[in-house]
Ligand binder design. Sequence first.
Ligand code: SAM
Length: 353
Amino acid sequence: MTGSPADPHAQARAAREQPLLLHSMAVFRELFETIFRCREIGTVIEVGVESGQVSSIYADLGATVHCVEPDPGEELRAVLAGDPRLHLVEGSSPAVLGELPVGDLYVLDGDHNYAVVRAELAWIMEHAPGAVVVLNDLLWPCGRRDFYYQPSPLPPGDRHPDTADGPTVWHDDVTPAGFVGDGAFTFAAHAGGERNGVLTAVEDALDEAGGGWRLEIVPAVFGFGVLARTDAPGTADIFDALRPLTSSGLLAAMENNRIALYTRVLQLQYELTARRDEADRLAETVGAQQREITRLKSELDGATADNAALRQDVERLRAAPPAPVRDQELGEAVSQLGRALSARIRGRSGPLR
Ligand SMILES: C[S@@+](CC[C@H](N)C(=O)[O-])C[C@H]1O[C@@H](n2cnc3c(N)ncnc32)[C@H](O)[C@@H]1O
């Protein structure tokens, strides 16, 4: 148990220092160790590699690894190029499976939808029936709802109507505040029904096989499934060794708890972004209003100065009234004063707004 009396903060430190492995099979290292202990595994076919952070685990356990990834990035190329035990296979499963050596272990973590997983299992069950098959995402959210990497290569007939919104555990509808792909992937708009989801694909493959295969699920991190023929070497040992995890109600409860908290965090992040956008909009409005107030103030200052000057003129005239003049001279003087005043007003005020 971490957090000994000598170091009361050890567990907290380990928690914050551990990289977030929310979606990586690296968290299942101990389960792979168990599988490798119970079954001789020389060749691993890893379907869906992404960053390559898991591939070396299989190699460290003694296997040659064929890493199938349709669109490998520079980081992945560099990771795989630096390790002669790892072989990059640039292509999509299931199409490339037939071009590779037959595997002792298939790790299916690529496109998490019925059509792809069903086709992968059909190929493996026919051509590599002695292999152990590990599948991720057998539980929420992909167990009963298809997930499609984008752009999806699947023909429309193999896809359910999909959406950029994502599932949450807080209600049954998809929502922009749910588990969304931001363009990288979409989900089927509806969960359940025929030919929908990864677990449904496995169940249908097992039905079609008509017996001889066994599936167990470790209910953690979206569901870790192990599938093997009951008569293959090591199968009974693998399932015996995994039983404390595959039968654990505690683990299932913790997974439910984890996805509840995880989807709550996603929702809070969505709301935070919406509030930040709203705050930015308000800040822009306040800025524009402040600029308008400054402009109006300077206009007011100008008008106040004009007013003061006019008052002075009036007071001067009152204090020293001009000598009486003839009507014509008076008329001219008045219009001159009028012209002077209008010129002053025009000069100060500028154009009317
Ligand atoms: C969930 S990630 C894999 C994560 C990786 N197994 C790990 O644990 O770190 C899924 C990957 O599968 C890839 N992928 C999608 N469709 C695929 C297909 N048809 N065949 C193989 N890989 C696929 C995606 O590009 C993505 O990198």
